[in-house]
Design a protein around this ligand. Structure first.
Ligand SMILES: Cc1cc2nc3c(=O)[nH]c(=O)nc-3n(C[C@H](O)[C@H](O)[C@H](O)COP(=O)(O)OP(=O)(O)OC[C@H]3O[C@@H](n4cnc5c(N)ncnc54)[C@H](O)[C@@H]3O)c2cc1C
Length: 338
């Protein structure tokens, strides 16, 4: 969680359990395999006391889910929605077993970047999978540094450690999607070779998961009475660690426009207007930045190692990078959450 996502959770009164279950993150630190610094960005240079929180995604999910349940709203779970059909000015949701839910005045599409819900009126939505993903696992450790730590070699080798509790770290290892199964077989030896200090974190029976990312482009997020939120509307690579935070700000902004605008069409139009700047910015920067860390464009590795450190030391650029990392880029996030 970035400071921006934590600010939304604080407004909902939910930041305490997240802070208590997760691990404090003060900085992002990247080094090369020879130990040279590539760059360090510390939240505290932006504002005293500012920090992120590393946590398992299940903690965020259950915190939000419990709050939704406690609010008394009607929740229907365990249903896969196959399609949306028109009903007057609203929509009916149709489950994959044919069961119908609704009609509803407003449908929030938050089905993730691989959304497969059919809707005749759906806007052009272009999901583009990234060719690189990550193998990852959670390891127990005696000592946790309050930082997201990455060890880089060129653009084809990236190892990362993210604390997710006082005694747990998530370990991730960048791999091409096409060869991830082969990479899984040699992962332990490859990590030990790349960053020997991490060898003890993995044993031969450690369960390893594989994550892929998809870039999702949409010209706008509101279409009739349907609103596309989170990864469904603007999926991106996790290079900047913003996806869940942006999804929380989406939801918060929707709540605000529904409260303050006179009717639903004005509220949805206001939502798209308010989110445009920040979402386009983060999508653009993530698309631009990801190949410097995960790609076959090997010439970008030396460029990154030579340039990023000096760039982070130029005050206005450092400020921009810190603000972007904290999730506060964009007038909307700064004025309402900062
Ligand atoms: C390796 C990795 C690391 C990441 N690290 C970070 C990070 O450090 N910080 C950060 O902010 N973000 C990070 N992200 C991104 C973050 O996980 C996503 O941005 C976030 O989960 C998006 O939330 P969402 O609710 O929009 O979509 P999702 O989390 O994908 O949730 C979509 C939900 O919709 C359900 N669903 C889908 N289709 C249907 C259907 N037809 N009917 C009913 N239900 C359906 C799915 O089961 C799922 O529960 C990372 C992502 C990856 C892959």
């Amino acid at each position: 969680m970035q400071p921006s996502g934590l600010a939304v959770l604080a407004r909902l009164g939910l930041d305490k359990p997240i802070r208590e279950s997760g691990a404090r993150i003060d900085r992002l630190r990247c080094v090369t395999t020879t130990g040279g610094s590539v760059f360090t960005l510390d939240y505290r240079d932006l504002a005293v006391g500012l920090h992120g929180v590393g946590l398992h995604r299940g903690v965020l999910f259950s915190t939000l889910f419990d709050a939704a349940r406690a609010s008394g709203m009607t929740l229907v779970t365990g249903v896969t929605i196959a399609s949306l059909v028109n009903h007057g000015r609203g929509k009916v949701l149709v489950g994959d077993d044919g069961k119908r839910y609704g009609p509803h005045d407003l449908v929030i599409m938050a089905a993730g970047s691989r959304n497969a819900v059919a809707d005749d009126e759906a806007p052009v939505r272009r999901p583009i999978p990234y060719p690189w993903g990550a193998l990852w696992f959670v390891a127990k450790t005696a000592r946790v540094e309050p930082e997201l730590f990455q060890v880089l070699r060129g653009t084809r080798r990236m190892f990362g450690l993210l604390p997710v509790a006082s005694d747990l770290v998530t370990v991730f290892w960048s791999v091409p999607v096409a060869t991830h199964e082969q990479a899984r077989a040699t992962m332990r030896a490859d990590i030990a070779n790349h960053y020997p200090a991490a060898a003890s974190l993995m044993s031969s029976d450690t369960p390893v998961l594989f994550a892929t990312y998809t870039d999702v482009r949409m010209p706008r997020w509101d279409v009739g009475c349907v609103l596309y939120l989170g990864d469904c509307g603007h999926g991106m690579s996790p290079q900047l660690g913003q996806g869940a935070n942006l999804a929380l700000i989406d939801a918060y902004t929707l709540g605000e426009v529904l409260r303050t605008q006179p009717d639903l069409p004005s509220a949805l139009a206001a939502y798209s207007r308010r989110r445009r700047l920040a979402l386009h910015y983060y999508q653009l920067v993530t698309r631009w930045l990801t190949p410097f860390f995960q790609s076959d464009a090997t010439f970008l590795g030396p460029l990154r190692d030579a340039m990023m450190g000096p760039l982070t030391r130029i005050p206005p650029l450092r400020w921009l990078m810190l603000q972007s990392m904290a999730g506060f880029h964009g007038r909307e996030a700064r004025s309402r959450l900062g």
